[in-house]
Design a protein around this ligand. Sequence first.
Ligand SMILES: Cc1cc2nc3c(=O)[nH]c(=O)nc-3n(C[C@H](O)[C@H](O)[C@H](O)COP(=O)(O)O)c2cc1C
Length: 139
Amino acid sequence: MDQHWSLEFLDLYEMGFQSDLSENEYEREGFAKTEIPISNDVLAEHKKIDHADCIVFIYPVWWSDCPAKLKGWFDRVYSLGYAYGHNDNIQKMKTLKFGLVICTAGHPNEFLAEIGIAQSMQTIFLDDRLGKDLNIRKC
Ligand SMILES: Cc1cc2nc3c(=O)[nH]c(=O)nc-3n(C[C@H](O)[C@H](O)[C@H](O)COP(=O)(O)O)c2cc1C
């Protein structure tokens, strides 16, 4: 059955995605200066999110989190007014139907659960980054 799926693959390294906040972006995010315009590469990511029903994050666990490249994607793309702190002037992030996180790790799941890291990664990634405020349903 043709379900009319379309997939868009993004490789942040291949894209050369800038993962560090610029000084301007720090000023905007850190001091709630929504009058500072959002960078074009971040707006392009917003557009991709707004066209998606589901986002799948795939990464290796590095020091109990995602690699800095992906962490920086959240730092920059989940910008003020878009992902949080909504106001009337900035279009807010759409409510996605599904989010999925797939990560590989050096340690087995059982060990990561035993030392509490599996739970903390779940809390940070699922609840905070994909969670309640963003209304992404967990599956
Ligand atoms: C910088 C770095 C940090 C890592 N930190 C962790 C870690 O905190 N916990 C863990 O289980 N594995 C850790 N690993 C192991 C990677 O998660 C593992 O090599 C990766 O998931 C394997 O992916 P692959 O099967 O796609 O090659 C780390 C690896 C690197 C390079």
